[in-house]
Write a protein of this length. Structure first.
Length: 89
């Protein structure tokens, strides 16, 4: 990861820490990140830093948040297409 992205992730994480500290609610954290325009991989990386969890746990928190249903649907569709393409090989 380049220095600019690392700095951006750190800045957003610092902004998001109070949201997590307030009630340790992953859905509230994701809603906050979505509202400030932090999506995708950046949101997962911020979640990992703020919560202090593994990458897998951060991804799960991201994909299971009610505000991230579109991202979950895309993820599931992509994974299904990938699985189907493996069967064609």
């Amino acid at each position: 990861m380049d220095a600019e992205r690392t700095a951006r992730i750190a800045a957003v994480a610092a902004t998001a820490e109070p949201v997590w500290a307030e009630n340790h609610d992953g859905s509230a954290l994701q809603e906050f990140l979505k509202q400030i325009g932090c999506d995708g991989v950046d949101a997962v990386l911020v979640t990992r830093q703020v919560v202090g969890c593994s990458l897998g746990e951060a991804q799960e928190m991201f994909l299971t948040a009610p505000c991230r249903t579109a991202e979950l649907a895309f993820h599931n569709a992509f994974m299904e297409a990938l699985e189907r393409s493996q069967g064609d090989a």
